[in-house]
Structures are given as C-alpha cells and as structure tokens.
Design a binder for this molecule. Sequence first.
Ligand code: F0G
Length: 464
Amino acid sequence: MTDSVFQRCIQPQCAGTLALDDISFVCPKCGGLLDVAYDWNRLPVPKSLREFESKWSQRTDPLCFSGVWRFRELLPFAPAKGVLTIGEGQTILQRADTVANYAGMKAGTLFLQYEGMNPSGSFKDNGMTAAFTHARMVGARRAACASTGNTSASLAVFCSATALMRAIIFIGSGRISYGKLAQALDHGALTIQIAGDFDDAMLRVREVAGKLGIYLVNSINPFRLEGQKTIMYRVLESLAWEVPDWIVVPGGNLGNMSSFGKAFAELHELGLIARVPRLAVINAAGADTFYQLFERNGLRWNGGGLDAAKIDGYYRALDAEHIRAATLASAIEINRPVNLSKALRALDRCGGVVDEVSDQEMLDAKAKVGAGGLGCEPASAASVAGLRRLRQAGVIDPSERVVCILTGHQLKDPTATVAYHSSDPKTFDEVLGHRGVRRANFANRAVQVRNELDEIIKAIEVYA
Ligand code: F0G
C-alpha cells in the first residue's frame, strides 16, 4: 500500500513527494500544498459507482455504516483495520422546492445537502475521521486546530469518542459561538483563547504544531480533505449517480471546495462519471479574499503557475489598511484561506465561479432554508444566498440541477437567529445592526400575550 499511496505537491512543476506518514503537510521543496496521491493502477477500483450500493446491506460493519468509509475504495490510504470511525456522514440530500422558488429556480431543480446531521453538527466530521485514521497510522498523541467553532467541536468529539489523542484548540478571543465552545469544553479539549481572530490563530497553530510535533487537523491536512470528498459521493448516490449541473458551497478556508474538485477530477479520471459539475464558491462580503482575487483581480490556477505577486500584493494591501475579516457568518470569517491554490485548481478543473453575499442576504436565505425544513448556521446559508445571486446574474439557469451544501447545524449561532426573529428592535440592533443587517425580511416573531386564557386563545386564533 505504501508504494501506491503517498503525498505529493500540488504544483505540477514541483511534484515533490512525501511519505504517507509525514505530518508536516507542506511540500519540503517549495512550501506548496499537498495532495494524498494514489497510483490507481495498483489499487482495486470499483467498475461502477453502483457497486457502493451493496454496502448498506452490510451496515452492521461500522465501515459500511459510515457515510465516509463505505466509499473506502475512493480514499484508500489506510487498511480497513486502521480506520477510526464514530458513525459520521449519515446525512441527507433533500429536494427543496420552496427554497428553489426563493432562489429563482424551477421546482425540482434544487437539492440541499444537509451536513448538520453529523455527530458534532457539521461537515467537519467527514474530514476528521480521515485525519484521525491517519493520525493513528503515524502514532500521534496530541492534535491541534485553529477554529471558529466547528473544527474544534469535531476534534473534541473525536478525541473524547476514540481516546486516541488529546485535543488542543486555538480560538480567537470572543470569536467562537457558545454552542461550539460548549462542545469543546464538554468533550474535554484544552482550549486556548488568543487575542486575535481566526487568521491569527491559524498562523499560530501551524507554528506551534510544527515546533511540538503536534498533529494538525485544519484543512491544510490533506487527509482531512480525503474524507470530505465523500460529501460529493453521497450527493451523487442520492441523485442515483447522476451528476448535477452545479455544486454551490460556502468558502472560508476553501477546504471543501478543494476537496470537491479533487473528488470529481478523480471520479472522471477513473471513468466513474462522464462529466464533472460546475462549482460555485460563495464568500461573505466581509471576508471575500477569494472573490476579490478570482473575480476582480483575474487570479487563475494557470497550470500551477499562479501569480504569487498578485496574492502577496492583495495581502499587503489588507495589512496596510488594517482590514480584518468581518461577518456574522463566523465559520467563514477568514481573509487568508490556507487552501487558496488548491481551490483555484478546483475552479479550473470544474469551470467554477466565485461570488459574495452580504450578512443580510445570508440571514434572509437562512430563514427561508429554516422555513423549508432544514436548520443551518448563517455561513451555510451563503450557498443558497449565492445561488440566488448567480441566478439573478444569469450565471445559473432556472432549470439547471443545483446542489447547495448546508455545511453546519442551526444551533451553532442561535444568537443571530433569535435576534433576526426578535420583536425587540434593541436586540435586533445590538446583534445585527453593526453587521449591516437592516431588516428581517422573513422574521417569525414571538407573540407577547398576558397570562390569561382568553388572550392566549385570541392570539392563537389570529395567528395560526
Ligand atoms: N461552513 C461551516 C459551517 C464551517 O464551519 C466552515 C469552516 C466553512 C463553511 C468553511 O469551509 O474552509 O471548507 O471553506 N469552519 C472552520 C472552523 C473555519 O474552524 O470550524 P471551508
């Protein structure tokens, strides 16, 4: 297995390789990002995606139950007995006609992939099970991440459920939602709050992990992205293996985007799909590095020869003007995405686009998603808000088949949700006003009544 699986620099001009058990997660030759690379000719590959359907009948085996590992042949970096799973990836793809109507799509065209059903409440568990499997292969005892909440919750849950490693999480002070902090604390993670934001915490955790030899589980870890490929396999499975026209996903550190691009490129290369879908990544307007670089500054993958001066210049300008990422969608409040070059490659492979949405648009879209039956956090609703914009701009056609990824659960940022629906203007303003949110276009306000039977009955007759 070791010969047919290794780590490889994503820059074709460099193509530096590393052994499977290396945990530096950067190319030793050029400092670039790494892929987990497979010599597919020497590995057993399914002849058709339909072969995966038989796994469900064997689901008493944890590897067939897991929504990640039942696709094990497409991420074959570990022997079956080495896999660490906690039952992640039991998610649904739901047809969403009312949301489609809101986004300007025809009925029957829009599907929402709901990753909030994962054990820790977000898509991160898909990647964490793969990272933990790799961590066990290399004998790691401590794992760390920088996080705005979901990665840390996932790491903490996996540490407590598997007892494999001790969790160390870096968070920016005041930058983590209570729901997620609660998970980190309850599940026993060592929580380090540093003065600064996610971008600061990310830089720091890489430094500390390198110095202390701690296993890093942020999405710069290519094994995490192997696990996240399975989100796309489950989407295809739910669509009876038909490739949709578009996948729309929120963009923060751009791990998902990169992982989805790799998943489709591999499936295509292996002859398991006839065409790849187009990818759309949606930034928050207050954290829109990728949008600015790709759509406004024309930055492209360019066969790996991307224009580093353009990126450096952009970051220098951010620093000079003291611009920090600022959005209430905490999960994507990131201005220095670590997977930038991988994401450019994904857009290149899949004919992708980038757009940005305001906090107002995200919260309105989130309320529509909620009214349609699924609960997601603000960052996740960027996908639906982004679809609406791309539809209005004529980039996406109303009859194309679209899958929006709802990356995380509604209970992550309840403060924003409750403020949006609040009938108290002060609460609304305090939480949302400074974010530029002016109206709750789809608010469902609680009704205040005196504690009297007649009043209560009257209110119900009026409103329900
Ligand atoms: N959606 C949710 C719910 C997230 O938690 C994140 C990232 C993203 C989208 C962005 O994903 O990096 O693949 O573009 N959350 C990180 C965290 C920052 O710490 O939990 P990406």
